[in-house]
Each structure stands twice: as structure tokens, then as C-alpha cells.
Ligand binder design. Structure first.
Ligand code: NAD
Length: 352
């Protein structure tokens, strides 16, 4: 398997492979760039069909974390780790301990956190072997509630702040009376809906499962919409909060919203969807900028001294960062996702 000439290699600083036969662990840690600080990125456990697929995933994800951290004004770099295996069948405490040893062996160059297939309990087991496990001890909550280590409230608040800034810039209005279609009533989508409701927005919501939708209808006065109709609704704002690639060749021509601002990762099926949205006059909030509240949360939980207020103020910077992107995109006639990438590269290369 080639690493240095892998299509996703992109100047990674450090790629480490780890095998522990007794614990049944096969894992990879990728550290993309540490110019701004140690790399932070979750640990994903997934039944990859082979190690090549796992390598492609870890390289792509760790690079994405460098961009996300730079745009969130964090003194952090980007990294990620993957464990090859089915989290429902193959995971054991011994395996999590072995993963902790692997993280520890990088000596603080990489901090891990939660991702698909890995829970807070798994992180706690890893933390018995390593000091470099984030998201284990929660101390702060952006709204002063009791913190439980779940970053979703901070993510949702950041998406709310970012959506508001995008509406102000693109539609020149406040949220009062703005119609928003939210795809996905999960951990982030529901909380986003609650913030928007409190600020007078009109909500249309969809999910493939009924619970979140029913709650939004009864508690937030939202209108339930079929999942296959949510993206093409005639609304002001579309907020993708489900899976990736919501904006693709099939869905793009159907979108009527003038603003896209949601939590989902990798919303654009391809980067050139940015130009296609721009041509249609749709203002797109780059996903890794607007959904950075969770990583900002994890960063503050690890700080020696921070506060609920400092966490909140940091999340609120997402709005200013987005306005900076939109202003530059307008000046340069460029797509917002491209401008976000450029600004991130300027930031993390500056310290190089
Ligand atoms: P979640 O699993 O709690 O919620 C996702 C919801 O989307 C689920 O209720 C699911 O049933 C629904 N869904 C799936 N396919 C759908 C479809 N076709 N139509 C409508 N609904 C559909 O996940 P979450 O934590 O709320 O995260 C939502 C998105 O935000 C994900 O893309 C995630 O990667 C991203 N994100 C989350 C965080 C975080 O802190 N949780 C941080 C950054 C990014």
C-alpha cells in the first residue's frame, strides 16, 4: 500500500500504523499539520473492507480537521485516527486500552476524541493509558448548564449563530419570520430548531425517524415535511443536519432556498458544487466553518482555565468568520467554500 504518493496524502506530517495482536487492534493515526498546535481529531471505528480504505478515510478526515481548527481560531492542528473493525462486534476494553497506548506513543502530537463507533466510555478506557484523550472531563457549558461532555449543544449553538450571520449577510434581514427547512432532527438539528424557534423563525422539519419530528411539531410549532421533499421546499433557508452530500447533482437543481446553512459534514458532493451554488445566487455557509462549535467545545474543556462565557464568546466568532468569508467571496467573485479553504491555508501556513 503506498502512502507518500496516495492521492489524499497532501503533505501529512506523520502517519502511524499500529497492530496489537492480543488486543485485536489494527489502527492508523494521521497527523496532517501541527503548525498551529497539536493535532486534534476524533477516533472512528468502522468495518473498513481493507486497510487501503481505512488509510484513505483517515488521511481525508485529518486534513479536514486542519482546515476546521484554523477557521475556528484554535491553536490546534488537524489529525484523525481510525480503528479497523465493527464497533458492535469487535470492540473490547482491551482494544480501547491498546488504542490509548497508541495515542500515548505519539507523545502529545495528537489528541483523540469521539467519532462514529467510539463513545465517551471508550474514551475513558483509552484515558487509562494516555493523557492525550479529549472529551472525557467536561467542565464548561456555553449556556451555563451542567456539562455532560456531549459537544452537540455547542455545535448547534454555533450553527445557529452562523445561520443568523448568513441570513443577515445574504438576505439583509433578522431571523424573525424567516422560513427554515431542517433536514435531520437529531442531536444537532433539534437543538438548532429550538434556537431558531426562540428567534421567531418558521420551521419545516424532516427526519427518516418520527421522534424528533413529532417533538419539533408539538414543542416548537414546526411543520412536518416528508424527507424526500425537505430539500426542494420553497423556503428562505435550507439547513442540512443529517448526512453528507445533501447537495449533489440530483438535489442542486431542486433547491429553492437562497441560503444554505447547516451542521452536516461534507455537504457538497464535490467542491465545484460551490461554484454551481454561487451561479444560482445561493449563499452557502461552508460546513466545516459553521459546524465548528463542537471542536471549540472540546478545546475549551481541555484548557487549564476557561469559562462558560469564554466558550460562548469563542463559538460566537463563527458568525464573524462567516461574514469575513462572504465579504471576500463577493469581492473576488469566488465561491464561499473556495474562499474558506484559502483563508484556512493562509492561517495554517503562516506559522509554517
Ligand atoms: P444524529 O445522528 O443525532 O442526527 C442525524 C439525524 O438525521 C438522525 O435523526 C437521522 O435519522 C436523520 N437522517 C438521516 N438521513 C436522513 C434523511 N435522508 N432525511 C432526513 N433525516 C435524515 O447526528 P448529529 O450529531 O445531530 O449530527 C448531524 C450532522 O452534523 C452530521 O452530519 C454530523 O457529522 C454533523 N456534525 C455533528 C457534530 C456534533 O457535535 N454532533 C459536530 C460537527 C458536525
Amino acid at each position: 500500500m503506498s502512502v507518500f504518493d496516495h492521492p489524499e496524502f497532501d503533505n501529512h506530517e506523520h502517519v502511524a500504523f499500529y497492530h496489537d495482536e492480543e488486543a485485536g487492534l489494527n489502527a492508523i493515526i494521521a497527523v496532517h499539520n501541527t503548525n498551529l498546535g497539536p493535532a486534534l481529531g476524533g477516533c472512528r471505528m468502522w468495518p473498513y473492507v481493507n486497510s487501503g480504505e481505512a488509510l484513505t478515510d483517515v488521511l481525508r478526515l485529518s486534513k479536514g480537521m486542519t482546515y476546521k481548527a484554523a477557521m475556528a481560531n484554535l491553536e490546534l492542528g488537524g489529525g484523525k485516527s481510525v480503528i479497523i473493525g465493527d464497533p458492535r462486534k469487535a470492540k473490547t476494553p482491551e482494544m480501547m486500552k491498546a488504542m490509548g497506548k497508541f495515542v500515548e506513543s505519539l507523545g502529545g502530537k495528537y489528541f483523540t476524541a469521539e467519532d462514529s463507533g467510539i463513545s465517551v466510555t471508550d474514551l475513558q478506557t483509552m484515558a487509562t493509558e494516555s493523557d492525550y484523550i479529549a472529551g472525557v472531563h467536561a467542565k464548561y457549558h456555553y449556556a451555563g448548564e451542567v456539562p455532560d461532555g456531549n459537544p452537540a449543544p455547542s455545535t448547534a449553538y454555533g450553527v445557529f449563530v452562523g445561520l443568523k450571520a448568513t441570513v443577515e449577510f445574504g438576505l439583509k434581514r433578522s431571523l424573525e419570520g424567516v422560513s427554515v427547512a431542517i433536514q435531520g432532527m437529531g442531536h444537532v438539528g433539534y437543538r438548532l430548531a429550538k434556537h431558531l424557534h426562540e428567534h421567531g423563525a418558521k420551521l419545516y422539519v424532516a427526519d427518516i425517524y418520527p421522534e424528533g419530528v413529532e417533538k419539533a411539531v408539538s414543542e416548537l410549532g414546526a411543520t412536518a415535511v416528508a424527507p424526500e421533499e425537505i430539500l426542494s421546499l420553497d423556503v428562505d433557508v435550507l439547513a442540512p443536519c443529517a448526512l453528507g452530500a445533501a447537495i449533489n447533482d440530483q438535489t442542486l437543481p431542486l433547491i429553492k432556498a437562497k441560503v444554505i446553512a447547516g451542521a452536516a459534514n461534507n455537504q457538497l458532493a464535490r467542491e465545484d458544487m460551490g461554484e454551481l451554488l454561487q451561479q444560482r445566487g445561493i449563499l452557502y455557509a461552508p460546513d466545516y466553518v459553521i459546524n465548528a462549535g463542537g471542536v471549540i467545545d472540546i478545546f475549551h474543556q481541555r484548557m487549564e482555565t476557561s469559562s462558560n462565557e469564554a466558550l460562548r464568546a469563542h463559538i460566537e466568532q463563527i458568525g464573524d468568520t462567516l461574514k469575513e468569508i462572504y465579504t471576500r467571496a463577493e469581492q473576488e467573485g469566488a465561491a464561499t467554500n473556495r474562499v474558506a479553504n484559502l483563508i484556512a491555508e493562509e492561517r495554517f501556513n503562516l506559522k509554517g
